[in-house]
Ligand binder design. Structure first.
Ligand code: FAD
Length: 474
């Protein structure tokens, strides 16, 4: 009897422990994935998921198999499908969020009660979250000791190669459910089609992930630690959506980086970034509500402003601060934003506009192709100062200085804010402070072709600090 292989956010054939185990048993495998109603995913995530499903289906078709797509509650579908095809076992790679874990535990219990085995495997993280704990057996609240402890565990397991041979089971003939066609799973935008920039920028799938990774370790990694903060330099890996959808595993990245011809400093810096991803997951593992509650609960009483116009200006990249606007437009166009700029725009929303970090978290959740339920809220809370091991609230990023420092020539700004195409570096970081006639000669009239700043930096800073002081006084 067949084994069911349930793909979740692990759309790959290599280093897939569940797949290798299913294939090792020699049983025919029925490959499925399920579009579950909860949690609802963002539109950008769905765009990538469509590509991830198609790419994996194509890879399985090359081996004469298929990926079957179902829609519904996994608690209902998996046991029913196991029964319908008389499966001997169901295999999956673990998920680590409390809600997903609860669903998986319930399914496991149900399967076992009907005599179907359920096997789960590690894969999405370098180390299982419960293996990295303080001496008092508590989860870490601070990154540095977390990462020191994780590194003491040594290298993660060596990645598995894709199984050489796979036998496939056919989908059971039943009225209960059917394998959806791409039109039926309907994950792409229709009208308007906002995904043209995504298609230009990305190719989802395992093959593309490994091409990206190869380029990164052969080239970009060598300058990573010095250049990663410069958004125009293309000096980071851009692997985040590939990791998010499990096209590539952190263990594969770890070993590829360790074997690369690059300095220890570059390698350590990159691995530490993977460490932040692990840290974020270790927090979500313990706490389901990281996206809705401040990890430092006293911050939930902060008097955030309700400012729909400000929020809209931020979302659409029309704040009048060129670096902020460039980031928000890069996000809208490509579904991705450079890390340094994510920090700048997050600080701007939370400190300059005093808008609740959850508004920003939600916008990112809808627009990022790499939206990650652990990393996104953790980073928002870090920047807002409401999280564990976070930058303090009173540390307010200056978007003009950030611009001068990290995009000195204005190259990144010009890439994403075409209205400022002809503005030289001397005026581009703060166009309102420039000689307006000179600006006009570059085709820019503030308030007409490009917005005035929606708030003055100094005022915004004073307002944030005064809210912070009175709030602390409570
Ligand atoms: P690289 O610099 O090449 O890093 C390699 C990998 O390390 C990344 O792919 C990512 O998996 C991990 N990583 C790097 N920095 C971080 C970090 N600060 N926190 C957690 N993991 C990290 N990252 C997401 O993957 N999904 C998100 O939803 C997300 N939301 C963010 C929201 C805000 C407000 C901020 C400031 C950061 C957010 N990040 C998020 C972290 C980071 O910006 C991205 O991981 C990074 O920009 C992805 O680009 P890269 O793959 O080139 O990164």
């Amino acid at each position: 009897s067949p084994a069911i292989l349930w793909f979740r956010e692990d759309f790959r054939l290599a280093d897939n422990a569940a797949l290798s185990a299913a294939a090792r048993d020699g049983a025919p495998v029925l490959c499925i994935t399920i579009l579950e109603p909860e949690p609802q995913q963002g539109a950008a995530h769905d765009w990538w998921r469509d590509g991830a499903i198609r790419a994996l289906d194509a890879a399985l078709q090359e081996k004469d198999g298929r990926l079957h797509v179902l829609r519904g509650k996994a608690e209902d579908l998996v046991p029913a499908l196991a029964k319908a095809c008389n499966a001997s076992a169901v295999h999956w790679n673990r998920r680590y969020d409390p809600t997903g874990r609860a669903i998986d535990t319930a399914i496991k219990t149900q399967l076992k009660s009907t005599g179907t085995e359920a096997y789960s495997f590690p894969g999405a993280l370098l180390h299982e979250p419960w293996t990295i704990r303080t001496q008092a057996d508590k989860p870490f609240q601070v990154f540095t000791p977390f990462w020191r402890t994780a590194r003491k565990l040594g290298d993660p397991r060596p990645p598995l190669s894709a199984p050489d041979t796979l036998k496939f089971a056919s989908f059971p003939k039943t009225d209960q459910f059917h394998s959806l066609t791409p039109e039926e799973f309907n994950l792409l935008p229709t009208s308007p089609d906002w995904a043209a920039g995504f298609r230009e920028t990305w190719e989802p799938g395992e093959k593309a992930a490994h091409e990206h990774l190869a380029l990164f370790v052969e080239d970009t990694l060598r300058g990573y630690s010095e250049e990663r903060d410069y958004p125009a330099a293309e000096a980071c890996s851009r692997l985040s959506p590939y990791l998010r959808f499990g096209h590539v595993t952190p263990a594969q990245l770890w070993h590829a980086v360790m074997q690369a011809d690059a300095s220890a400093q570059n390698k350590d810096k990159f691995l530490a970034e993977l460490g932040w991803r692990e840290f974020a997951w270790s927090i979500l593992f313990e706490q389901a509500n990281v996206a809705t509650r401040s990890l430092r609960p006293e911050f939930d009483a902060l008097p955030w402003r309700t400012d729909p116009k400000g929020l809209k200006a931020w979302q659409s990249g029309r704040t009048g601060y060129p670096l902020v606007d460039a980031g928000m437009r890069e996000l809208w166009h490509t579904g991705w934003m450079h890390n340094r700029i994510r920090m700048v725009v997050a600080s701007f929303l939370v400190k300059h506009l005093l808008i609740d970090w959850r508004e920003g978290e939600r916008w990112f959740a809808d627009t990022l192709v790499d939206h990650d339920p652990a990393s996104n809220p953790m980073n928002w809370q870090w920047n807002a100062g409401t999280g564990v091991d976070a930058a303090p609230f009173f540390r307010i990023m200056n978007p003009i200085l950030q611009s001068e420092k990290f995009d000195a020539e204005g190259e990144y700004i010009r890439r994403w804010v075409p209205e400022l195409q002809r503005v030289p570096a001397s005026m581009i970081h703060a166009p309102w402070a420039a000689d307006q006639e000179a600006l006009k000669a570059c085709g820019v009239v503030l308030g007409r072709t490009y917005p005035h700043p929606i708030i003055e930096h100094k005022l915004a800073r004073e307002r944030a600090l005064s809210v912070w002081k009175s709030f602390r006084g409570n």
